[in-house]
Design a protein around this ligand. Structure first.
Ligand SMILES: NC(=O)c1ccc[n+]([C@@H]2O[C@H](COP(=O)([O-])OP(=O)(O)OC[C@H]3O[C@@H](n4cnc5c(N)ncnc54)[C@H](OP(=O)(O)O)[C@@H]3O)[C@@H](O)[C@H]2O)c1
Length: 262
């Protein structure tokens, strides 16, 4: 059975991907750690779309063998994953030395390592079929260093660069690979990052972001930035020295997070 696999589908952008793609008649496989939330969403989608099959796989994708276990499970269930949405991810905010280094490393395991391995595993059968779609969720933070979100921004810079390279490698095989770059979006992200209030303007909804992604995929783009203001900002950043962009970002973050440097 053909299916679309969405990681991080228990909330925010991933949940909206699940809703949008199921509404388009795609069978969906929802992955995240929160089993109850996944099951509740699946039941709802199954009731709303009689022609659609929804399945869940609850696991922590930051664990070393999780991508392999996920792939083996979808193989065991006879699923032909022709769209993969690598969306699961989280961030942290604060002076690098004030953060828990274990959590920073765990972020790299989830945002980078698991995304690379899942792309590798699911791309191989797509190549054989000469058909497939991969959406990797990056961020506007991928375009510049972000002080006080240093690891997160670097992880998303990796995702953007990696995905654009694969976009080109796979064009000849009829496989679309897209890096989705949202700016600040209304989801559980900031809560998960441990901050009460986002240090910058949150302008977009997860629905806006997913609509942008689906448009970008349709257009065969290598990356797409969600929201015209976010687009304008990333373009403007290219015109000024990188050190200046970083210092301005640092100043904004210090003020937003009320960080004092002595
Ligand atoms: N919101 C923003 O401002 C923003 C901006 C740019 C990019 N992004 C990116 O968008 C993506 C989705 O984030 P969101 O904004 O929708 O935040 P969110 O509401 O916190 O959703 C994150 C999703 O990832 C899942 N997840 C977290 N850790 C996981 C793990 N170890 N294993 C499996 N799943 C895990 C969460 O589910 P469980 O907790 O149930 O596991 C949840 O479903 C992320 O990659 C994020 O970096 C967000």
């Amino acid at each position: 059975m053909k299916a679309t696999l969405i990681t991080g589908a228990s909330s925010g952008i991933g949940e909206v991907f699940a809703r949008r793609l199921a509404a388009r008649g795609e069978n969906v496989v929802l992955v995240a750690r929160s089993e109850e939330k996944l099951n509740a969403l699946c039941n709802e989608l199954g009731r709303a779309h009689a022609n659609v099959t929804c399945q869940t796989i609850a696991l922590d994708l930051s664990e070393a063998d999780a991508p392999r276990r996920l792939f083996e499970e979808t193989e065991r269930r006879g699923l032909e994953v022709d769209t993969l949405v690598n969306n699961a991810g989280f961030g942290s905010m604060g002076d690098f030395l004030s953060l828990d280094v274990g959590r920073e490393l765990n972020m790299i395991d989830l945002n980078v390592k698991s995304l690379v391995e899942l792309t590798y595993l699911y791309l191989a059968p797509m190549r054989k079929r000469r058909r497939g779609n991969i959406i990797n969720v990056a961020s506007t933070a991928a375009f510049q260093p972000v002080p006080y979100m240093a690891t997160y921004a670097a992880s998303k810079a990796f995702v953007l660069s990696f995905t654009e390279a694969l976009w080109d490698e796979n064009r000849a095989y009829n496989i679309r690979v897209l890096a989705l770059c949202p700016g600040a979006t209304e989801t559980n992200f900031f809560n998960a990052a441990g901050v009460k209030k986002p240090p910058f303007r949150v302008a977009e909804t997860a629905e806006d972001v997913v609509d942008t992604a689906l448009r970008g995929l349709e257009g065969g783009k290598g990356h797409i930035i969600s929201g015209w203001l976010n687009y304008a900002q990333t373009q403007a950043e290219r015109l000024v020295p990188r050190s200046l962009v970083t210092r301005i970002a640092g100043k904004g973050m210090r003020s937003g997070l009320k960080i004092k440097t002595d």
